[in-house]
Design a binder for this molecule. Structure first.
Ligand SMILES: [Zn+2]
Length: 305
């Protein structure tokens, strides 16, 4: 552990090897260790176990870097629930616990920690250098270049029980126009009566139909619902527009290699630091598949320190 208590119950770090202090959780004597090999820490020299907190993990530089962002009072804070105590890596004033995870952890441990700290609230920060070393974050860029809109009338006086929603539905469900929704093409309904398709640059030749063909399919749907009454008139009211657009869409994709499956067991928000494909000042919000500016991330949580 990083902090122990001196005689006045001040939270102190090790300043020399052999220094004596008290554990903030179990009150037993602890001794300071400071050397070349490992980061200075306190250990329980009178006990068989090195630490009374069985969730203990050796301190890493990366760990310290994250802890040091927050004031000392928020670092390594003992929390007690039902007479069991653990040291939260960071406990903010609003009760949020930030667990800084540098090394692999068992499924069962995740559950335990989430139950324990989750009573307050919890986020995880993982070290991608250790826990996602072979995975990489990629950005796929899709360019939409064509837009097709098909409108049918909302009202059509020649037919008593005319219902444009039924017609639209059948166009999508029962004609080849419905295939245009496939793959990465985008589809939406605008103003209730307009079908909008947007096509990616490499998908143009496969789908393209002529205006006459679209109208033919729609007329078939109309006919199956209302016979031929007013068919020609209805046909004339169909509006079809085909135009060029240019819209780039970027999509993040985490390519998982030798992926540590325990990460997917974490139910609280997981942020991965040091992930391949991230810039120095970025951190990855795993469940939301989103890159976040690290400074903004830190500023957000520092408000509660
Ligand atoms: Zn202790």
């Amino acid at each position: 552990m990083r902090y122990a208590l001196d005689k006045e119950n001040n939270k102190i770090e090790v300043s020399f090897s052999g220094e004596l202090a008290k554990c903030g959780i179990c009150d037993s004597n602890v001794k300071g260790r400071k050397g070349e090999q490992r980061i200075k820490h306190w250990y329980h020299h009178e006990k068989k176990t090195i630490d009374c907190d069985d969730w203990y993990e050796p301190i890493s530089e990366w760990h310290l870097k994250w802890q040091n962002i927050f004031p000392k009072k928020n670092r390594e804070v003992p929390i007690t629930n039902n007479k069991v105590s653990h040291r939260a890596d960071i406990l903010l004033n609003n009760g949020l616990v930030i667990e800084i995870q540098n090394s692999p952890i068992k499924f069962s441990e995740i559950k335990k920690r989430e139950l324990f700290y989750g009573k307050k609230n919890l986020i995880w920060i993982l070290n991608g250098n250790n826990l996602a070393k072979n995975s990489i974050l990629n950005e796929d860029v899709f360019t939409f270049i064509k837009k097709l809109t098909i409108s049918i009338p909302k009202k059509f006086e020649l037919i008593e029980n005319y219902n444009f929603k039924n017609v639209l539905n059948d166009i999508i469900e029962k004609t080849e126009i419905g295939y245009l929704k496939s793959d990465k093409n985008r589809f939406r309904i605008e103003n209730e009566n307009t079908l909008v398709f947007e096509f990616l640059d490499d998908k143009i030749t496969d789908f393209y139909l002529t205006e006459a063909q679209y109208k033919y399919f729609i007329a078939c749907v109309y006919e199956s619902l209302y016979d031929q009454i007013g068919l020609d008139n209805f046909r004339q009211k169909i509006e079809i527009d085909y135009s060029s657009i240019f819209e780039e869409v970027r999509e993040l994709r985490l390519i998982k290699k030798y992926w540590k499956k325990f990460i997917d067991k974490m139910e609280y928000p997981v942020f991965i630091d040091n992930l391949n494909g991230l810039k120095e000042n970025e951190i990855f919000y795993y469940q939301k598949n989103r890159i976040i500016n690290k400074n903004k991330f830190i500023d957000y949580y520092l408000k509660y320190a």
